[in-house]
Design a protein around this ligand. Structure first.
Ligand code: SAM
Length: 216
């Protein structure tokens, strides 16, 4: 095992779930090839939420509900999470897991994020924290909606932005089938850093994370 792998395992072990329910849910997701937030990003997410204590969270990509359950622990009193997923199967699994974990503060929305977000804007919804964890090729398209939905001083955390290191390659070095997502992710990173309404920082955590605060 090389140094990088040893460090990765060490970090993973230190950030492991101490909560038995989340530990079992992570195991279930792993056994069923359902991607969920890494232990490292989960630790970082928890830290930010603990400092922020949001009242309203918007989650883009719920899957089995792992990150919703994690985030629910840091909500302010009477807080709520809106969590969107396109997959009927994921919505059913998340529902079951919220019941088992006795979580009542998550409102699940089944649908394609790009169709759901305009509706939330029309309804006048505003959020203190947005966790972007859906199809990575969508990030650049949904960013303007997220900005509309975010309160001043609100935070966006976007996960998996390095695309396993592809992001640093030249376009022609990236396998052909991954080039669209490569271009879109680069556009997303540029737009989020160029946006004058946001103050953004990038972190080498998990497969890359951007944290942006709405300052204007
Ligand atoms: C990485 S998983 C989310 C993991 C979850 N946040 C966690 O850490 O527990 C991504 C999820 O996004 C959903 N998804 C992908 N594209 C979507 C879209 N356009 N609209 C809604 N959901 C989408 C997928 O069905 C999948 O369940």
């Amino acid at each position: 095992m090389n140094y990088d792998d040893k460090i990765k395992n060490f970090v993973d072990e230190k950030n492991r779930d101490y909560d038995l329910f989340l530990f079992e849910l992570r195991k279930f997701a792993g056994e069923n090839n359902i991607p969920i937030v890494s232990n490292e990003v989960a630790g970082f997410l928890s830290l930010i939420l603990d400092l922020k204590k949001p009242k309203k969270i918007l989650e883009l990509g719920c899957a089995v509900g792992y990150s919703s359950i994690l985030m629910s622990r840091f909500l302010d009193k009477n807080g709520i999470i809106f969590s969107i997923d396109i997959s009927e199967k994921m919505i059913e699994l998340a529902k079951k897991n919220f019941d088992l974990a006795k979580i009542t503060c998550v409102e699940l929305i089944k649908g394609d994020i790009k169709n759901v977000l305009p509706g939330l804007i029309l309804n006048g919804q505003k959020f203190d924290f947005i966790f972007m964890d859906c199809a990575k090729g969508q990030y650049v398209n949904i960013l303007p909606f997220c900005l509309d939905l975010l309160n001043l001083n609100g935070i966006i955390l976007a996960d998996d932005i390095f695309q396993n290191g592809n992001i640093l390659k030249k376009r022609l070095e990236v396998p052909r089938r991954q080039r669209t997502i490569y271009t879109r992710m680069n556009n997303f990173i540029n737009s989020i850093f160029e946006n004058k309404n946001l103050e953004s920082k990038i972190f080498n955590i998990g497969d890359g994370v951007i944290v942006s605060k709405k300052i204007l």
